[in-house]
Design a protein around this ligand. Structure first.
Ligand SMILES: Cc1ncc(COP(=O)(O)O)c(C=O)c1O
Ligand SMILES: N[C@H](C=O)CCC(=O)O
Length: 429
C-alpha cells in the first residue's frame, strides 16, 4: 500500500497542529511512529484515505460510529439540522424527545443534562456528586479513562497510558491528592481504600465494563459490592458509560449487568458521530444542578439541535430488530477466527470480547485489570497494527483500545479481516 499523500498531510500537520494530531490517541507514536492515515471519506464499514486505499474500519472513531459511517438515517437527520439552523441557544423539542429516549433506555436516570463531550459529562457528574455529598475526594480505578480534565488524569488508561504518561503533567498535586486509585476487579484493595478514606469520598467513579485498557468485564459481584461499600460510607457511585452506553444492548452496561449507579455519564454513541455528552441520575441528586440547585454547569453548544437529531436517529437505528444480536454474532465469528489463526501460527494472544467490542492482547495470561493489560506485549501489537493497516484493516494504534463492530460490517468483512489477521500472524511468527 502507498501512503504518500497521508505522509505529506502529516508533515504539513506537524507544522501547524501540536504533534500533528487533535487527540494524542490518534498519533502512531505507540506503534513505532509514522504518519497516521488521512481519511477523505467514509461509508458504512469502510474508510477511504487520501491515497485511495480502502480500510475495513474497527476504530469506529473510538466508538461513536456504531451504525457505520454516513448511515442514511443519521445523515438525513444531520442534513435536516443543517437546513433548519444548527444552533438557537433556546429550548427545542428535540432535546426533550432525546432526554425521554435516554431515560426510557436507562431507567436509573430520572433527569438528564446534555453537554458536548464525554469529558464534560463525567466532570459534571463529579461536581454534582461533590455538591450533593459536601465531600471532595473521588475514588477511581487504575487504567480507567474518564476524559481529560485534571481530576481524572491520574492513573488514566487509553491515550495517556499509550504514551506512557498515565499521570499527566499540569495536574496540581492538590488535585491529585483528591483522587484515590485502586486496581479494577480487586475488592480487597477497594475495601481497604474505603475503610481509610470512605468518609471523605464524594463518589466512586467506574467504567462498569472497562473500555480503556482493552475491554474488561467486572468479576461477578464486583460492581454490586462496590455499590454496597460506597453507599455504606455515604459515597455516590458514578458509572462512566461513555464507551459502554448503547454498546452491548439498547441501554447501558448497567442494564446488561443489572446493577444501578446513582449517576451516569454518557457520550460517543448517543451523538451518532456528532459531539455530545449527557449525564443523569436520581432526581434528588440531579436537582442539585443549576438553575434548580447550587452546582453550576452550563454550555453554549449543549443540547444543540444537530447533535440531538443525530443522536435520536442513531438510537432509532439501534432500536431495530436483531441489531445487537448481529453485532454479537459477527463479534463471535471474528473472535473465533482470530483465535484459530493465532493457534495455527503459535502466537500467544488473549481476546476479551463483549458482544460487538473486543480487544486482542499479546499475552497468554488473562487480562482482568490494568496491570495485566500493561504487561502485555506492546511491540508485538505495534507490528500487528502495521501489518493490518497494510492489509486494509484499520484499528486503533494502541494496545489499550478496543475494536468495535458496527451495524454496517458484514460477515464478508469479518472473514476478510480474519484472513488479514492470519497473514499478519504468519509474518510475525
Ligand atoms: C469511558 C470514557 N469516559 C470519558 C471519555 C471522554 O470522552 P470525550 O473524548 O468525548 O471527551 C472517554 C473517551 O474519550 C471514555 O472512553
Ligand atoms: N479511548 C479514548 C476514548 O474512549 C480515545 C479517544 C481519544 O482519546 O481521542
Amino acid at each position: 500500500m502507498i501512503f504518500t499523500k497521508s505522509e505529506a498531510i502529516h508533515n504539513e500537520a506537524l507544522k501547524h497542529i501540536v504533534g500533528g494530531v487533535n487527540s494524542p490517541s490518534r498519533s502512531y507514536k505507540a506503534v513505532g511512529g509514522g504518519a497516521p492515515i488521512a481519511i477523505e471519506k467514509a461509508e458504512g464499514a469502510y474508510l477511504y484515505d487520501v491515497d485511495g486505499n480502502r480500510y475495513i474500519d474497527y476504530l469506529a472513531a473510538y466508538g461513536p460510529i456504531i451504525t457505520g459511517h454516513a448511515h442514511p438515517h443519521v445523515t438525513k437527520a444531520i442534513k435536516r439540522a443543517a437546513e433548519t439552523g444548527v444552533l438557537y441557544g433556546t429550548a427545542t423539542p428535540h432535546e426533550v424527545k432525546f432526554a425521554k429516549m435516554l431515560k426510557e433506555a436507562i431507567p436509573s436516570m430520572d433527569k438528564v443534562r446534555f453537554v458536548n463531550s464525554g469529558t464534560e459529562a463525567v466532570m459534571s457528574t463529579i461536581r454534582v456528586a461533590r455538591a450533593y455529598t459536601g465531600r471532595d475526594k473521588i475514588l477511581k480505578f487504575a487504567g480507567c479513562y474518564h476524559g481529560h480534565f485534571d481530576l481524572v488524569l491520574v492513573a488514566a488508561g487509553s491515550g495517556p497510558s499509550q504514551l506512557g504518561m498515565p499521570d499527566s503533567a499540569g495536574v496540581t498535586k492538590s488535585t491529585a491528592r483528591e483522587v484515590i486509585t485502586v486496581p479494577f476487579n480487586h475488592m480487597e484493595d477497594f475495601k481497604k481504600a474505603m475503610d481509610t478514606w470512605g468518609d471523605e469520598i464524594a463518589a466512586v467513579l467506574v467504567e462498569p465494563i472497562v473500555g480503556n485498557f482493552g475491554m474488561v468485564e467486572p468479576k461477578p459481584g464486583f460492581l454490586e459490592k462496590v455499590n454496597e461499600v460506597a453507599h455504606n460510607y455515604g459515597a455516590l457511585v458514578i458509572y462512566d458509560e461513555v464507551i459502554t452506553g448503547f454498546r452491548f444492548m439498547y441501554g447501558g452496561a448497567q442494564n446488561l449487568l443489572g446493577v444501578t449507579p446513582d449517576l451516569t455519564a454518557l457520550g460517543k454513541i448517543i451523538g451518532g458521530g456528532l459531539p455530545i455528552g449527557a449525564y443523569g441520575g436520581k432526581q434528588e441528586i440531579m436537582e442539585g444542578v443549576a438553575p434548580l440547585g447550587p452546582a453550576y454547569q452550563a454550555g453554549t453548544m449543549a443540547g444543540n439541535p444537530a447533535s440531538m437529531l443525530s443522536g435520536i436517529a442513531c438510537l432509532e437505528v439501534l432500536q431495530g430488530k436483531g441489531v445487537y444480536e448481529e453485532l454479537d454474532r459477527l463479534g463471535m465469528i471474528l473472535e473465533q477466527g482470530i483465535l484459530l489463526a493465532a493457534e495455527k501460527y503459535g502466537i500467544s494472544i488473549t481476546i476479551n470480547r463483549i458482544k460487538g467490542a473486543l480487544s486482542i492482547y499479546f499475552t497468554k495470561e488473562k487480562v482482568t485489570n490494568y496491570e495485566q493489560a500493561e504487561a502485555t506485549d506492546g511491540k508485538m501489537f505495534a507490528v500487528f497494527f502495521k501489518q493490518l493497516l497494510n492489509e486494509g484493516i484499520n484499528i486503533a494504534p494502541s494496545k489499550f483500545e478496543a475494536w468495535f463492530l458496527t451495524t454496517a460490517h458484514t460477515e464478508e468483512d469479518v472473514n476478510y479481516t480474519i484472513s488479514a489477521v492470519e497473514k499478519a500472524f504468519k509474518n510475525m511468527k
